[in-house]
Design a protein around this ligand. Structure first.
Ligand SMILES: Cc1cc2nc3c(=O)[nH]c(=O)nc-3n(C[C@H](O)[C@H](O)[C@H](O)COP(=O)(O)OP(=O)(O)OC[C@H]3O[C@@H](n4cnc5c(N)ncnc54)[C@H](O)[C@@H]3O)c2cc1C
Length: 833
């Protein structure tokens, strides 16, 4: 057995096998795949093999799309038939809200070239007479997906991998990982059978691997322990049952009719497909328990849990309602196996936090569907440094050190239960909340705050009625303008016309200081560094020249900087910053990186009257001038005192109004809140949530990280040349310049439907031709119509271009407008007083 390899992939399920295959295909020699038991002996062997396109994430849609296309090519390459039945996939809707969901999804699918059709209940009945359509509103149909045999597709990928030189070693378990400074020494133990169990023998070897990928299926907690990490992947029980042949179905097929597509009754929370004349029913029921929180017992190999029929009774009865002929057929088989989940339902794919050359591919709940695409895009990330799609939404570092086993287990149970719950874009899931709360949480709640959560933090989305029932926010959700919409409109207007207070405590904050700090940040970010006391907006790029992180940089002293970035990405940003600083300390000198996110609270006060409110409480020898343009110009930072609270005040406002971010010691937050509220009462201060802020920033064309800014576009493509200093050298510059501008970010005002705004995922059309997609969407109070930002070809990203946006399955007029349609000259931001 070889002991020196370029890459060692741990785990021979569908996912690990695909990664090994794609690494070899991407040109890496010496790839080894290690499996503690047999290939497919984890969750892969008992999967139902469905390959559903449907999901609401852009990255995942691309991954699924790649898999579906790739699996169709495997037979030609390997001679092995993976049993791909392209029967299509019919998602039925019992309500208009469900149809709205499909319409929101369909426009995203279009942006990824995924085909679909709409069917009415009558059309469903005509095509599939065994389906009872009485309480259906319609359906969306995907003609190109279906199901596959999970073990066969894995074996075909394994054969393809071997053909490309991958070494596959079975019955070897990775037991210890040691980073030597330039490679991993992985201690592997030969596994042997003992009394039906799989146990470690005394035989061990050490494999020297430049890179390691873990794809350990149901064993992520063991993997996490070995690596000294937290990995929020924990399996949940998932069952499906197989019926005896249904005579009506057998007759139907005998008459020469085609196989039914995979039927999904989302409102009833199940899928059904044909299996040898009978039906497979796969429910996503309530109360499926998490398993293996602390590891998988040795005795659990290719095993199953006992069937819990009672738990799925409701779904079983609804299958009988939908397919009446199934009522009298008996059960032939059942499967109840572990299916790995993560708190948000997306897998964890990418570099492991804090470690070098260690890659995670864990937490797959649709691992058969995702395996192909995961292998393809992860191999790009490893071999080329970046993938063609932005993988940030799958990055393992989207959970921070605050994450615990209990959190992951309860959230994963919730993610499982939510597979078929309506995926409102304004959905906020309740499990494990509140958990991370800033001190003002209780005060905000008492004033009607309806919270969303960002990286575990509670953050007001909007302020609803004071006497709102517990279910208010839940009932306010919609694919159109929800019950919260008017509250957000009033809040946005208050910022434009008066003054609003926004809690931005969740922002990520880092201090970067030390002798090497200035040179390091100059190399690390693409804009000029600010002078002491000033701030700049800037970007850290990937090696491909795309945007890795957006920072507001405050220069506190010659060699000391305060970096503010998006709240959702604290661990992601910290990891990249620390690794880069470590790499560059030799060139630039010592650089200290401190994550101070939880030490500083942030309130943003914005609006024409914001200065008047602050003047009431600012303590200064001359309170009248301390906040004026002369002493405190736009884009500067000053230490001020608000009552007895020392505040690092930064004169910026993400809303585009006159305003300040008030960074304050977290332990003084309630004191500061009370001061601001008391002072604000006289000036009509309104509390404002994140939803209104998101709309307001679009009126200013402020790009948001994760929307307009990401690892699939350069800052030049984001049309931000004013924040890129081409006169200096910086990381990613050459690649950014070489990339050119493939598509360009622009802002659009939209004459949309009366009761809906875009969510920022909709397809853009030029006449009948699809030309791009929105990345943000919402409502503009300044223009009294819908607004959005998105990417189109550069020649279309020109003010005055007339385009169309697909919202709720219809095309609506949209016009590309100048950047910053509201206050294009930044006059209100700069207002003196
Ligand atoms: C009942 C059921 C139905 C399902 N239906 C579908 C479906 O229709 N469609 C779909 O897409 N998904 C489905 N799934 C989910 C799917 O099974 C998984 O997402 C997928 O199999 C995960 O693949 P994997 O490679 O990540 O993990 P696994 O298949 O579990 O493979 C991980 C492998 O790693 C090995 N391993 C672990 N630790 C080590 C170590 N230290 N050293 C060496 N080897 C190690 C294990 O032995 C195992 O073989 C279903 C799941 C269940 C339970």
């Amino acid at each position: 057995m070889k002991t020196h390899v370029k890459a060692l992939v741990v785990g021979g399920g569908a996912v690990g096998t695909s990664i090994a295959y794609h690494l070899a295909r991407a040109g890496w020699n010496d790839v080894m795949l290690l499996e503690r038991d047999e290939l497919t002996s984890g969750s892969t062997w008992h999967a139902a093999g469905l390959l559903p396109y449907f999901n609401m994430s852009y990255a995942t849609t691309h991954i699924h799309d790649y898999s579906i296309k790739f699996y169709k090519t495997l037979e030609a390459e390997t001679g092995l038939n993976a049993g791909f039945s392209v029967v299509g996939n019919l998602r039925m809707a019992q309500t208009q809200a469900r149809m709205d969901e499909y319409m929101v999804y369909a426009t995203t699918a279009e942006t990824c070239d995924v085909p679909y059709e709409w069917l009415t209940p009558a059309q469903i009945k005509e095509r599939y007479p065994l389906v009872n359509c009485t309480n259906l509103v319609g359906a969306i149909y995907h003609p190109t997906d279906g199901y596959i045999n999970p073990a066969d597709v894995t074996m075909a990928m394994a054969k393809g991998a071997r053909q490309r030189g991958v070494m596959i070693e079975r019955k070897w378990q990775a037991d210890a990982f040691h980073w030597t400074g330039d490679h991993w020494d992985v201690t592997c133990t030969k596994m042997v059978e003992k009394g039906g169990n799989l146990v470690p023998s005394d035989e061990q070897i050490v494999i020297h691997a430049e890179h390691v990928v873990t794809a350990t299926g149901n064993h992520p907690q063991r993997t996490a322990k070995l690596l000294g990490l937290k990995i929020p992947a924990i399996p949940v029980e998932h069952q499906f049952i197989v019926t005896e042949p249904d005579p009506a179905l057998v007759e139907w097929r005998k008459a020469g009719n085609p196989e039914h597509p995979v039927l999904r009754d989302a409102d009833a929370k199940w899928y059904v497909r044909e299996e040898r004349g009978g039906w497979i029913l796969g429910p996503y029921e309530r109360n499926a328990p998490a398993r293996f929180e602390y590891g998988v017992p040795d005795s659990f190999r290719a095993d199953l849990f006992p069937l819990d029929l009672e738990r799925i009774e409701e779904e079983y009865m609804s299958m009988i309602h939908r397919i009446p002929s199934s009522e009298t057929v008996g059960l032939k088989d059942d499967f109840n196996g572990p299916i790995c989940y993560t708190p948000d339902g997306n897998p964890l794919v990418g570099p492991a936090p804090g470690l070098r050359n260690m890659w995670l591919a864990e937490g797959f709940s649709f691992g058969i569907t995702a395996a192909g695409g995961t292998g393809y895009y992860l191999a790009q990330l490893m071999v080329e440094g970046e993938a063609e799609i932005d993988m940030a939404s799958l990055d393992p570092k989207r959970y921070g050190s605050w994450m615990t086993t209990e959190y992951a287990a309860r959230k994963n149970e919730e993610a499982y239960e939510h597979v078929y719950i309506l995926h409102h874009p304004d959905e906020e899931r309740p499990a494990c909340r509140p958990l991370r709360t800033a001190p003002a949480y209780d005060r905000q709640k008492a004033l009607g705050a309806q919270f969303g959560h960002v990286n575990g933090w509670e953050r007001p989305n909007y302020y609803g009625p004071l006497d709102a029932p517990e279910t208010f926010d839940h009932d306010a959700r919609s694919f159109r303008r929800g019950g919260w919409w008017q509250y957000a409109v009033d809040e946005a207007k208050a910022v434009r016309e008066g003054v609003g207070l926004i809690d931005a405590t969740a922002f990520t904050k880092h201090v970067v200081k030390g002798p090497g700090a200035t040179q390091f940040l100059d190399w690390f970010t693409c804009n000029k560094l600010p002078k002491v006391g000033r701030i700049n907006l800037t970007y850290a790029l990937t090696s491909k020249g795309t945007t890795r992180t957006e920072y507001t940089i405050v220069r506190l002293a010659e060699n000391e900087y305060y970096l503010v970035s998006a709240g959702a990405w604290t661990a992601y940003d910290a990891d990249y910053l620390r690794k880069a600083a470590e790499d560059k300390a030799g060139d630039f000198g010592y650089i200290e990186i401190q994550d101070v996110t939880t030490q500083w609270g942030v309130f943003a006060i914005a609006g024409p009257k914001s200065r008047d409110v602050l003047k009431e409480i600012v303590k200064d020898a001359d309170p009248e001038t301390v906040l004026g343009n002369k002493r405190f110009p736009w884009l500067t930072c000053r230490d001020i005192e608000l009552g007895m609270c020392p505040v690092r005040a930064i004169r910026v406002a993400y809303t585009g109004e006159l305003g300040w971010e008030l960074h304050h010691p977290i332990e003084m937050q309630n004191y500061l809140w009370d001061q601001l509220m008391a002072a604000g009462a006289k000036h009509g201060l309104k509390l404002v949530g994140a939803r209104a802020q998101n709309w307001l920033r679009q009126e200013k064309s402020y790009r948001a990280f994760g929307n307009e800014l990401g690892r699939d576009a350069t800052p030049l493509e984001a049309d931000l040349p004013r924040f890129v200093d081409l006169d200096k050298d910086f990381h990613g510059k050459e690649a950014m310049v070489a990339t050119g501008v493939r598509s360009k970010c622009c802002t659009l005002l939209i004459d949309g439907p009366e009761d809906a705004d875009p969510w920022g995922r909709e397809a853009l059309y030029d006449g009948e031709t699809r030309v791009g997609r929105l990345t943000s969407g919402g409502y503009s109070v300044a223009f009294a119509k819908s607004i959005g930002m998105g990417y189109v070809k550069p020649e279309l990203a020109v003010p005055g271009t007339k385009l169309k946006v697909k919202i709720l399955d219809q095309l609506w007029d949209a016009e590309v407008v100048e950047d910053s349609p509201y206050d294009p000259k930044n006059e209100v931001i700069r207002k003196d007083g």
